[in-house]
Design a protein around this ligand. Structure first.
Ligand code: V47
Length: 421
Protein backbone atom coordinates (compact mmCIF):
# COMPACT_ATOMS: atom_id res chain seq x y z
CA UNK A 1 0.00 0.00 0.00
CA UNK A 2 1.22 3.50 -0.79
CA UNK A 3 1.16 6.11 1.87
CA UNK A 4 0.58 9.73 1.03
CA UNK A 5 3.67 10.78 2.93
CA UNK A 6 5.67 9.60 -0.10
CA UNK A 7 3.68 11.93 -2.30
CA UNK A 8 4.04 14.77 0.14
CA UNK A 9 7.79 14.45 -0.06
CA UNK A 10 7.45 15.01 -3.80
CA UNK A 11 5.44 18.20 -3.53
CA UNK A 12 7.65 19.94 -1.03
CA UNK A 13 11.10 21.27 -1.84
CA UNK A 14 13.93 19.17 -0.53
CA UNK A 15 12.93 15.59 0.13
CA UNK A 16 13.67 16.02 3.81
CA UNK A 17 10.59 18.20 4.15
CA UNK A 18 8.19 16.51 6.37
CA UNK A 19 4.60 15.51 6.71
CA UNK A 20 2.50 15.82 9.77
CA UNK A 21 0.16 13.11 10.99
CA UNK A 22 -2.76 15.03 9.56
CA UNK A 23 -1.26 15.25 6.10
CA UNK A 24 -0.02 11.68 5.83
CA UNK A 25 -3.08 9.69 4.80
CA UNK A 26 -3.69 6.90 2.29
CA UNK A 27 -3.01 8.14 -1.22
CA UNK A 28 -6.05 8.84 -3.36
CA UNK A 29 -5.58 7.57 -6.90
CA UNK A 30 -6.30 10.95 -8.49
CA UNK A 31 -4.37 13.88 -7.09
CA UNK A 32 -6.02 17.22 -7.74
CA UNK A 33 -4.07 20.46 -7.51
CA UNK A 34 -6.64 21.80 -5.04
CA UNK A 35 -5.98 18.84 -2.81
CA UNK A 36 -2.23 19.24 -3.03
CA UNK A 37 -2.50 22.98 -2.20
CA UNK A 38 -4.55 22.07 0.80
CA UNK A 39 -1.90 19.61 1.91
CA UNK A 40 0.89 22.12 1.49
CA UNK A 41 -1.06 24.66 3.55
CA UNK A 42 -1.58 22.13 6.28
CA UNK A 43 2.04 21.11 6.14
CA UNK A 44 3.08 24.71 6.57
CA UNK A 45 0.74 25.08 9.52
CA UNK A 46 2.06 22.05 11.35
CA UNK A 47 5.45 21.12 12.67
CA UNK A 48 7.65 19.22 10.35
CA UNK A 49 8.60 15.65 11.09
CA UNK A 50 9.72 12.69 9.06
CA UNK A 51 7.24 10.49 7.23
CA UNK A 52 5.73 7.40 8.78
CA UNK A 53 7.62 4.27 7.81
CA UNK A 54 7.47 0.70 8.94
CA UNK A 55 8.54 -2.73 7.78
CA UNK A 56 5.95 -4.33 10.05
CA UNK A 57 2.83 -4.73 7.93
CA UNK A 58 0.69 -5.33 11.01
CA UNK A 59 1.14 -1.66 11.90
CA UNK A 60 -0.39 -0.27 8.70
CA UNK A 61 -4.08 -0.69 9.71
CA UNK A 62 -3.25 0.75 13.13
CA UNK A 63 -1.58 3.74 11.49
CA UNK A 64 -4.71 4.32 9.41
CA UNK A 65 -6.90 4.24 12.50
CA UNK A 66 -4.62 6.63 14.36
CA UNK A 67 -4.64 9.12 11.50
CA UNK A 68 -8.41 8.92 11.20
CA UNK A 69 -8.77 9.42 14.97
CA UNK A 70 -10.41 6.00 15.30
CA UNK A 71 -10.27 4.01 18.51
CA UNK A 72 -7.79 1.15 18.78
CA UNK A 73 -9.06 -2.31 19.69
CA UNK A 74 -7.51 -4.85 22.08
CA UNK A 75 -5.80 -6.65 19.18
CA UNK A 76 -4.25 -3.39 17.98
CA UNK A 77 -2.88 -2.73 21.44
CA UNK A 78 -1.38 -6.23 21.58
CA UNK A 79 0.27 -5.69 18.21
CA UNK A 80 1.78 -2.43 19.46
CA UNK A 81 3.29 -4.25 22.44
CA UNK A 82 4.61 -7.06 20.25
CA UNK A 83 6.15 -5.19 17.34
CA UNK A 84 9.85 -4.47 17.42
CA UNK A 85 9.33 -1.25 15.47
CA UNK A 86 9.52 1.17 18.37
CA UNK A 87 10.06 4.12 16.03
CA UNK A 88 6.83 3.46 14.14
CA UNK A 89 4.88 3.12 17.40
CA UNK A 90 6.57 6.28 18.65
CA UNK A 91 5.75 8.12 15.43
CA UNK A 92 2.07 7.39 15.88
CA UNK A 93 2.05 8.26 19.58
CA UNK A 94 3.94 11.47 18.89
CA UNK A 95 1.48 12.47 16.18
CA UNK A 96 -1.40 12.07 18.65
CA UNK A 97 0.53 13.92 21.33
CA UNK A 98 1.25 16.83 18.99
CA UNK A 99 -2.34 16.89 17.78
CA UNK A 100 -3.50 17.21 21.40
CA UNK A 101 -0.81 19.43 22.92
CA UNK A 102 1.55 20.68 20.22
CA UNK A 103 4.90 21.20 21.93
CA UNK A 104 3.44 21.97 25.34
CA UNK A 105 5.00 19.89 28.10
CA UNK A 106 3.64 20.18 31.58
CA UNK A 107 5.31 20.00 34.96
CA UNK A 108 4.43 21.21 38.43
CA UNK A 109 6.14 22.21 41.63
CA UNK A 110 5.07 19.73 44.25
CA UNK A 111 6.05 18.18 47.54
CA UNK A 112 5.45 14.57 48.51
CA UNK A 113 4.24 13.90 52.03
CA UNK A 114 4.10 10.28 53.19
CA UNK A 115 2.55 10.50 56.68
CA UNK A 116 3.28 6.87 57.54
CA UNK A 117 4.99 3.84 56.06
CA UNK A 118 3.19 1.47 58.42
CA UNK A 119 1.06 -0.81 56.28
CA UNK A 120 -1.00 -3.92 56.87
CA UNK A 121 -0.96 -4.95 53.22
CA UNK A 122 2.58 -6.40 52.83
CA UNK A 123 2.47 -6.15 49.03
CA UNK A 124 5.28 -8.03 47.32
CA UNK A 125 5.77 -5.13 44.93
CA UNK A 126 6.60 -2.68 47.70
CA UNK A 127 9.80 -1.73 49.55
CA UNK A 128 8.23 1.20 51.38
CA UNK A 129 5.69 -0.39 53.73
CA UNK A 130 6.65 -1.71 57.21
CA UNK A 131 4.84 -3.61 59.91
CA UNK A 132 4.03 -1.45 62.93
CA UNK A 133 6.95 -2.56 65.11
CA UNK A 134 9.47 -3.25 62.36
CA UNK A 135 12.75 -1.30 62.19
CA UNK A 136 12.34 1.84 60.11
CA UNK A 137 8.57 2.09 60.68
CA UNK A 138 7.42 5.68 61.18
CA UNK A 139 4.23 7.64 61.62
CA UNK A 140 4.23 11.42 61.62
CA UNK A 141 2.44 13.29 64.36
CA UNK A 142 0.23 15.93 62.75
CA UNK A 143 2.65 18.71 63.70
CA UNK A 144 5.47 16.78 62.07
CA UNK A 145 3.45 16.44 58.88
CA UNK A 146 2.79 20.20 58.90
CA UNK A 147 6.50 20.87 59.43
CA UNK A 148 7.36 18.52 56.56
CA UNK A 149 4.92 20.41 54.35
CA UNK A 150 6.47 23.73 55.34
CA UNK A 151 10.05 22.56 54.82
CA UNK A 152 9.79 22.58 51.02
CA UNK A 153 7.62 25.60 50.83
CA UNK A 154 10.31 28.08 49.82
CA UNK A 155 9.99 26.57 46.32
CA UNK A 156 6.42 27.98 46.14
CA UNK A 157 4.84 24.56 45.94
CA UNK A 158 1.40 24.38 44.30
CA UNK A 159 0.62 20.76 45.19
CA UNK A 160 1.02 18.39 48.13
CA UNK A 161 1.03 14.78 46.93
CA UNK A 162 0.00 12.78 50.00
CA UNK A 163 0.07 8.99 50.13
CA UNK A 164 1.03 6.47 52.77
CA UNK A 165 0.60 2.98 54.15
CA UNK A 166 -2.58 1.34 55.43
CA UNK A 167 -2.05 1.97 59.14
CA UNK A 168 -4.06 -0.41 61.36
CA UNK A 169 -4.53 2.06 64.24
CA UNK A 170 -4.60 5.61 62.89
CA UNK A 171 -8.20 6.86 63.11
CA UNK A 172 -9.98 8.41 60.12
CA UNK A 173 -10.00 11.67 62.09
CA UNK A 174 -6.17 11.83 61.80
CA UNK A 175 -6.47 12.05 58.01
CA UNK A 176 -9.30 14.61 58.16
CA UNK A 177 -7.25 16.73 60.57
CA UNK A 178 -4.16 16.35 58.40
CA UNK A 179 -6.00 17.74 55.37
CA UNK A 180 -7.88 20.50 57.16
CA UNK A 181 -4.68 21.49 58.99
CA UNK A 182 -2.75 21.67 55.72
CA UNK A 183 -5.51 23.71 54.07
CA UNK A 184 -5.57 26.13 56.98
CA UNK A 185 -1.79 26.63 56.81
CA UNK A 186 -1.40 26.53 53.01
CA UNK A 187 -4.79 27.55 51.59
CA UNK A 188 -3.51 28.00 48.03
CA UNK A 189 -1.87 24.56 47.79
CA UNK A 190 -3.82 21.80 46.03
CA UNK A 191 -4.13 18.58 48.08
CA UNK A 192 -3.79 15.53 45.82
CA UNK A 193 -4.26 12.95 48.49
CA UNK A 194 -4.88 9.24 49.11
CA UNK A 195 -5.01 6.46 46.55
CA UNK A 196 -8.22 4.50 45.92
CA UNK A 197 -6.67 1.76 48.06
CA UNK A 198 -6.24 4.11 51.03
CA UNK A 199 -9.76 5.51 50.59
CA UNK A 200 -11.24 1.99 50.60
CA UNK A 201 -9.22 1.08 53.71
CA UNK A 202 -10.21 4.28 55.54
CA UNK A 203 -13.87 3.62 54.74
CA UNK A 204 -13.60 0.21 56.42
CA UNK A 205 -11.84 1.63 59.46
CA UNK A 206 -14.37 4.47 59.77
CA UNK A 207 -17.31 2.13 59.03
CA UNK A 208 -18.52 4.51 56.33
CA UNK A 209 -19.46 3.88 52.72
CA UNK A 210 -16.82 4.76 50.14
CA UNK A 211 -18.94 7.68 48.99
CA UNK A 212 -19.26 9.06 52.54
CA UNK A 213 -15.54 8.62 53.10
CA UNK A 214 -14.75 10.52 49.92
CA UNK A 215 -17.24 13.25 50.83
CA UNK A 216 -15.67 13.74 54.26
CA UNK A 217 -12.17 13.81 52.77
CA UNK A 218 -13.32 16.38 50.23
CA UNK A 219 -14.92 18.50 52.96
CA UNK A 220 -11.64 18.38 54.92
CA UNK A 221 -9.68 19.81 51.97
CA UNK A 222 -8.82 17.00 49.54
CA UNK A 223 -8.93 18.50 46.03
CA UNK A 224 -8.13 15.44 43.88
CA UNK A 225 -6.74 11.92 44.14
CA UNK A 226 -3.44 10.51 42.87
CA UNK A 227 -3.42 7.48 40.59
CA UNK A 228 -1.61 4.92 42.76
CA UNK A 229 -2.68 1.47 43.86
CA UNK A 230 -4.08 0.44 40.47
CA UNK A 231 -1.06 -1.82 39.76
CA UNK A 232 -2.50 -4.35 37.25
CA UNK A 233 -6.21 -5.07 37.50
CA UNK A 234 -6.03 -8.77 36.51
CA UNK A 235 -6.69 -11.02 39.55
CA UNK A 236 -3.96 -13.52 38.62
CA UNK A 237 -1.33 -10.77 38.81
CA UNK A 238 -2.80 -9.01 41.84
CA UNK A 239 -2.66 -12.27 43.80
CA UNK A 240 1.08 -12.36 43.24
CA UNK A 241 2.08 -8.72 43.68
CA UNK A 242 -0.50 -7.24 46.07
CA UNK A 243 -2.72 -9.96 47.42
CA UNK A 244 -4.25 -8.02 50.32
CA UNK A 245 -5.22 -4.87 48.45
CA UNK A 246 -8.67 -4.13 47.05
CA UNK A 247 -9.21 -5.86 43.71
CA UNK A 248 -9.28 -4.16 40.33
CA UNK A 249 -13.06 -3.75 40.25
CA UNK A 250 -13.04 -2.09 43.68
CA UNK A 251 -10.27 0.28 42.56
CA UNK A 252 -12.34 1.26 39.52
CA UNK A 253 -15.54 1.60 41.57
CA UNK A 254 -13.78 3.89 44.07
CA UNK A 255 -12.42 6.04 41.23
CA UNK A 256 -15.91 6.22 39.73
CA UNK A 257 -17.40 7.42 43.04
CA UNK A 258 -14.64 10.01 43.42
CA UNK A 259 -15.37 11.34 39.94
CA UNK A 260 -19.11 11.37 40.65
CA UNK A 261 -18.65 13.65 43.66
CA UNK A 262 -16.49 16.02 41.63
CA UNK A 263 -12.99 14.89 42.54
CA UNK A 264 -10.64 14.42 39.60
CA UNK A 265 -8.05 11.68 39.83
CA UNK A 266 -5.11 10.16 38.02
CA UNK A 267 -4.59 6.51 37.12
CA UNK A 268 -1.44 4.40 37.11
CA UNK A 269 -0.32 1.00 35.89
CA UNK A 270 2.62 -0.85 37.43
CA UNK A 271 4.41 -2.78 34.67
CA UNK A 272 7.55 -4.84 34.28
CA UNK A 273 6.99 -7.62 36.85
CA UNK A 274 4.84 -10.75 36.34
CA UNK A 275 2.18 -9.30 34.05
CA UNK A 276 1.91 -10.15 30.35
CA UNK A 277 0.84 -8.10 27.34
CA UNK A 278 -2.79 -9.21 27.68
CA UNK A 279 -2.87 -8.04 31.31
CA UNK A 280 -1.55 -4.61 30.30
CA UNK A 281 -4.11 -4.29 27.51
CA UNK A 282 -6.92 -5.35 29.84
CA UNK A 283 -5.78 -2.70 32.35
CA UNK A 284 -5.70 0.08 29.75
CA UNK A 285 -9.09 -0.85 28.28
CA UNK A 286 -10.76 -0.90 31.71
CA UNK A 287 -9.43 2.59 32.41
CA UNK A 288 -10.57 3.80 28.99
CA UNK A 289 -14.08 2.41 29.57
CA UNK A 290 -14.39 4.15 32.94
CA UNK A 291 -13.10 7.39 31.47
CA UNK A 292 -15.82 7.19 28.80
CA UNK A 293 -18.33 7.05 31.62
CA UNK A 294 -16.99 9.69 34.04
CA UNK A 295 -14.39 11.84 32.27
CA UNK A 296 -12.78 12.18 35.71
CA UNK A 297 -9.23 11.01 34.93
CA UNK A 298 -6.70 13.70 34.16
CA UNK A 299 -3.47 11.82 33.65
CA UNK A 300 -2.24 8.29 33.10
CA UNK A 301 1.11 7.40 34.63
CA UNK A 302 2.80 4.11 33.72
CA UNK A 303 5.05 3.11 36.62
CA UNK A 304 8.05 0.86 35.95
CA UNK A 305 8.54 -1.78 38.62
CA UNK A 306 11.65 -1.27 40.78
CA UNK A 307 12.49 -4.66 42.32
CA UNK A 308 15.25 -3.76 44.82
CA UNK A 309 14.45 -4.46 48.48
CA UNK A 310 11.10 -6.06 47.59
CA UNK A 311 10.22 -9.77 47.84
CA UNK A 312 10.32 -9.74 44.02
CA UNK A 313 13.92 -8.55 43.83
CA UNK A 314 14.90 -11.56 41.71
CA UNK A 315 13.02 -9.96 38.79
CA UNK A 316 15.02 -7.88 36.32
CA UNK A 317 14.49 -4.12 36.02
CA UNK A 318 12.53 -2.80 33.05
CA UNK A 319 14.51 -1.86 29.95
CA UNK A 320 14.55 1.52 28.23
CA UNK A 321 12.74 -0.05 25.27
CA UNK A 322 9.85 -1.21 27.45
CA UNK A 323 9.63 2.12 29.28
CA UNK A 324 9.41 4.06 26.04
CA UNK A 325 7.05 1.52 24.44
CA UNK A 326 4.74 1.70 27.46
CA UNK A 327 4.45 5.48 27.19
CA UNK A 328 3.69 5.28 23.46
CA UNK A 329 1.11 2.48 23.76
CA UNK A 330 -0.61 4.34 26.61
CA UNK A 331 -0.92 7.49 24.48
CA UNK A 332 -2.37 5.51 21.58
CA UNK A 333 -4.83 3.35 23.51
CA UNK A 334 -6.03 5.91 26.08
CA UNK A 335 -7.51 8.24 23.48
CA UNK A 336 -9.81 9.82 26.07
CA UNK A 337 -7.10 10.65 28.64
CA UNK A 338 -5.95 14.25 28.30
CA UNK A 339 -2.42 13.60 29.60
CA UNK A 340 0.26 10.92 29.68
CA UNK A 341 2.86 11.45 32.37
CA UNK A 342 6.42 10.26 32.15
CA UNK A 343 7.34 10.30 35.84
CA UNK A 344 11.03 11.21 35.74
CA UNK A 345 11.69 10.02 39.29
CA UNK A 346 10.84 6.51 38.26
CA UNK A 347 11.91 6.50 34.58
CA UNK A 348 15.10 8.53 35.07
CA UNK A 349 15.27 12.05 33.74
CA UNK A 350 16.94 10.88 30.50
CA UNK A 351 14.28 8.33 29.53
CA UNK A 352 11.51 10.71 30.61
CA UNK A 353 13.00 13.40 28.37
CA UNK A 354 13.11 11.07 25.35
CA UNK A 355 9.55 9.96 26.02
CA UNK A 356 8.42 13.55 25.32
CA UNK A 357 8.79 12.59 21.66
CA UNK A 358 7.06 9.23 22.14
CA UNK A 359 3.68 10.33 23.46
CA UNK A 360 4.25 11.89 26.88
CA UNK A 361 3.23 15.51 27.54
CA UNK A 362 3.92 15.70 31.28
CA UNK A 363 6.99 15.00 33.44
CA UNK A 364 5.37 15.32 36.89
CA UNK A 365 7.02 17.74 39.23
CA UNK A 366 10.06 19.10 40.88
CA UNK A 367 9.13 16.63 43.66
CA UNK A 368 10.64 17.32 47.03
CA UNK A 369 11.54 14.10 48.89
CA UNK A 370 10.33 11.03 47.02
CA UNK A 371 10.36 7.86 49.16
CA UNK A 372 8.48 4.99 47.48
CA UNK A 373 10.89 4.45 44.56
CA UNK A 374 13.99 5.32 46.50
CA UNK A 375 13.24 2.61 49.05
CA UNK A 376 12.94 0.26 46.04
CA UNK A 377 16.35 1.18 44.63
CA UNK A 378 15.70 4.23 42.43
CA UNK A 379 18.97 6.08 41.88
CA UNK A 380 17.43 9.30 40.57
CA UNK A 381 17.83 12.44 42.72
CA UNK A 382 15.01 12.96 45.24
CA UNK A 383 14.04 16.23 43.65
CA UNK A 384 14.87 18.53 40.75
CA UNK A 385 14.91 22.29 40.49
CA UNK A 386 12.41 23.97 38.20
CA UNK A 387 15.18 25.39 35.97
CA UNK A 388 16.61 21.91 35.39
CA UNK A 389 13.23 20.42 34.46
CA UNK A 390 12.67 23.30 32.05
CA UNK A 391 16.11 22.77 30.52
CA UNK A 392 15.40 19.07 29.91
CA UNK A 393 12.05 19.86 28.30
CA UNK A 394 13.54 22.56 26.04
CA UNK A 395 16.38 20.25 25.03
CA UNK A 396 13.71 17.81 23.79
CA UNK A 397 12.40 20.57 21.52
CA UNK A 398 9.34 21.11 23.68
CA UNK A 399 7.86 24.09 25.48
CA UNK A 400 7.82 23.82 29.30
CA UNK A 401 4.56 24.90 30.91
CA UNK A 402 4.34 25.04 34.66
CA UNK A 403 0.85 23.89 35.63
CA UNK A 404 -1.13 23.41 38.78
CA UNK A 405 -2.69 20.01 39.53
CA UNK A 406 -5.71 20.80 37.34
CA UNK A 407 -3.45 21.75 34.39
CA UNK A 408 -4.03 25.49 34.68
CA UNK A 409 -0.91 27.47 33.71
CA UNK A 410 1.04 28.95 36.61
CA UNK A 411 2.79 32.27 36.13
CA UNK A 412 5.64 33.25 38.40
CA UNK A 413 7.31 36.55 39.03
CA UNK A 414 10.03 37.29 41.60
CA UNK A 415 7.36 38.02 44.17
CA UNK A 416 4.19 36.17 43.16
CA UNK A 417 2.72 32.95 41.81
CA UNK A 418 -0.51 33.20 39.80
CA UNK A 419 -2.72 30.40 38.55
CA UNK A 420 -4.81 31.16 35.45
CA UNK A 421 -8.41 30.16 36.16
O1 V47 B 1 0.65 2.61 44.00
C1 V47 B 1 5.18 0.91 44.84
C2 V47 B 1 3.99 2.11 42.94
C3 V47 B 1 2.64 3.83 43.46
C4 V47 B 1 6.91 0.24 43.79
O2 V47 B 1 -1.01 10.50 40.59
C5 V47 B 1 6.14 1.00 42.93
O3 V47 B 1 0.32 12.07 39.94
C6 V47 B 1 7.66 0.69 41.26
O4 V47 B 1 0.98 6.29 42.35
N1 V47 B 1 8.44 -0.10 42.04
C7 V47 B 1 2.61 5.14 44.21
N2 V47 B 1 6.50 1.23 41.67
C8 V47 B 1 3.11 6.29 43.32
C9 V47 B 1 2.03 6.86 42.47
C10 V47 B 1 2.25 8.13 41.75
C11 V47 B 1 3.50 8.58 41.46
C12 V47 B 1 3.64 9.81 40.78
C13 V47 B 1 2.57 10.56 40.44
C14 V47 B 1 1.31 10.10 40.75
C15 V47 B 1 0.13 10.93 40.40
C16 V47 B 1 1.12 8.88 41.39
O5 V47 B 1 3.98 3.45 43.33
C17 V47 B 1 2.02 2.64 44.10
C18 V47 B 1 2.64 1.51 43.31
O6 V47 B 1 1.95 1.31 42.12
N3 V47 B 1 5.07 1.37 43.60
N4 V47 B 1 6.31 0.20 44.98
C19 V47 B 1 8.11 -0.34 43.30
N5 V47 B 1 8.86 -1.14 44.05
Amino acid sequence: MRIRSTMADEVVDGGAAAVSAESAMPLAESWSSAASCDIIKRMAATRSSHAFQTDDRRLTPIYEKVLAGRRLAADDALTLYRTGDILAVGWMANSVRERMHGDKTYFNVNRHINPTNVCVAACRLCAFGRKKDAPGAYTMALDEAFETAASGYSEAVTEFHIVGGLHPDLPFQYFLDLCSGLKQRFPQVHLKAFTMVEVAYLSKRAKLSIRETLEQLKASGVDSLPGGGAEIFADRVRHIICDHKIDGDQWLETAKLAHQIGLKSNATMLYGHVENDEDRVDHLLKLRALQDETGGFQTFIPLAFHPDNTPLQHLPKTTGMLDIKQIAVSRLVLDNFPHIKSYWQMMTAKIAQISLRFGADDMDGTVIEEKIYHDAGATTPQGMRREELERLIRAAGREPIERDTLYRPVTRTETSVTVAV
